[in-house]
Design a protein around this ligand. Structure first.
Ligand code: DGJ
Length: 344
């Protein structure tokens, strides 16, 4: 009995010690386990980052539980059950506090897009200044990816809880990998891989951001781009994206356009070992760093297809030459925001 009590006391003490020591992150270490402020691995895949009133919010796929390959799968559509969309908050982009699961799975309704049996991927959140709502768009799909739809949820607070409004095909077109972008004039757009992932659609949204407004263009026609991450630098628009090879890595491309629904031209921005495979990552978002000029972080997921919960993150600096506007994403094993200090 005494021995059991001693073991229990030791366990509590060592947990306490571990807990207290939940280390402050000083560096980004791409591909390594990245712990939140409680010492747990960050679980926010295919995510996006919103800056709101001095805080960054990171939303992502909350992947919990076993990864399976469904018995009827004719391609490597490894999956975990839908458990919701997570949110983390941070002031410095390195240390993230878990804010909980802000869009929850709905196990009680097997018709719901949020039922565990379905697919919820690539959540992105934007803030609507007019309605004062936080608006989340997700890729909502069936387990065989045949539904190819988008879903929308809203919240009054960045940390939820988000209320799911429903799913649909934007402009009656297929929509899979997707992202959102708000332009300086407040107009928002959804970029989504459509037409069986062959062609990217750029869908302009209604003023409340919860539906497409009916105006859209087809871009990257037949180029099979996925994983779009859109940002603006100066007066130009940029889209980082991947090719289309399931959970496996391929080459990244960075495209640029003078106007958002205009013509886009492409090149590969990654440099360093394994650059041609995007360092084994796939783009998910690009974060403009507040208070720093010309400073952006390019965020990638490093998927582990047979254990999706253990997928890692690759966050790298996006380096801009202000003279030529040339952009590169150089590999770093360890870095922090001081990399931007000597950049103009
Ligand atoms: C690639 C997409 O980018 C991911 O979000 C996911 O849908 C996988 N395909 C599924 O194979």
């Amino acid at each position: 009995m005494l021995r059991r009590i001693a073991i229990a006391v030791m366990a509590v003490c060592s947990w306490g010690a571990l807990h207290v020591q939940a280390q402050k992150n000083e560096f980004f270490r791409p591909k390594e386990v990245w712990n939140d402020t409680e010492g747990n691995p960050i679980n926010a895949h295919g995510g996006g980052v919103l800056y709101y009133k001095g805080t960054y919010y990171w939303y992502g796929e909350y992947k919990v539980g076993k990864t399976v390959l469904p018995s009827d799968a004719t391609w490597e559509r490894y999956r975990t059950d839908v458990t919701g969309v997570s949110c983390y908050s941070s002031k410095d982009l390195l240390n993230w506090k878990f804010e909980g699961v802000v869009l929850k799975a709905n196990p009680d309704d097997d018709e719901s897009d949020l039922h565990p049996s379905q697919v919820v991927e690539r959540p992105k959140v934007i803030y609507n200044k007019k309605t004062k709502k936080f608006v989340m768009w997700i890729h909502a799909d069936s387990p065989d990816y045949g539904k190819a739809a988008a879903g929308v949820a809203v919240s009054d607070s960045p940390t939820g809880e988000f209320k799911y409004l429903g799913g649909f095909r934007p402009n009656d077109q297929m929509s899979r990998d997707q992202t959102l972008f708000v332009d300086d004039d407040g107009t928002a757009y959804q970029f989504s891989s459509s037409e069986n992932n062959q062609t990217m659609h750029i869908n302009r949204l209604t003023a409340d951001y919860i539906r497409p407004d009916g105006t859209y263009v087809r871009r990257f026609i037949g180029m099979s781009r996925e994983a779009p991450a859109v940002f603006k630098y100066g007066t130009k628009y940029y889209m980082l994206s991947s090719g289309c090879t399931g959970w496996d890595p391929n080459s990244a491309e960075l495209a640029v356009a003078d106007s958002i629904m205009g013509e886009w031209t492409v090149g590969d921005p990654c440099t360093g070992p394994d650059a041609e495979k995007t360092f084994y990552g796939q783009s998910t978002c690009v974060i403009p760093i507040q208070g720093k000029k010309n400073a952006y972080i390019a965020c990638f997921d490093m998927w582990k297809k047979t254990d999706l919960q253990d997928s890692r993150y690759i966050w790298l600096p996006l380096i801009i030459n202000p003279q030529t506007q040339q952009m590169t994403i150089p590999w770093q094993t360890e870095w922090n925001l001081s990399i931007f200090n000597n950049k103009k």
